[in-house]
Design a binder for this molecule. Structure first.
Ligand code: FES
Length: 74
């Protein structure tokens, strides 16, 4: 069952990623990663979510925040 999540709430951390899902959950098999080091987004601004595309840099400059990716090593 897919339930449209409420958007734009005061406490919302996710601006627009997969808002048609009740909860955004991803799973990864580490031994199937193609690279020895894979960055995963924790800022919810990546255009390649769940992978980091560097969008956290722009977000941090605009807001003074200090978020960055989770680095998963193979
Ligand atoms: Fe979100 Fe890098 S783009 S942590």
């Amino acid at each position: 069952v897919v339930v449209k999540a409420e958007t734009g709430g005061v406490n919302s951390i996710n601006p627009d990623i997969r808002k048609n899902e009740e909860k955004v959950v991803d799973s990864v098999l580490v031994n199937e990663l193609s690279k020895p080091l894979t960055p995963y987004c924790r800022c919810w601004r990546s255009g390649t979510f769940p992978l980091c595309d560097g969008s956290h840099v722009k977000h941090n400059k605009a807001t003074g925040d200090n978020v960055g990716p989770l680095l998963v090593k193979k």
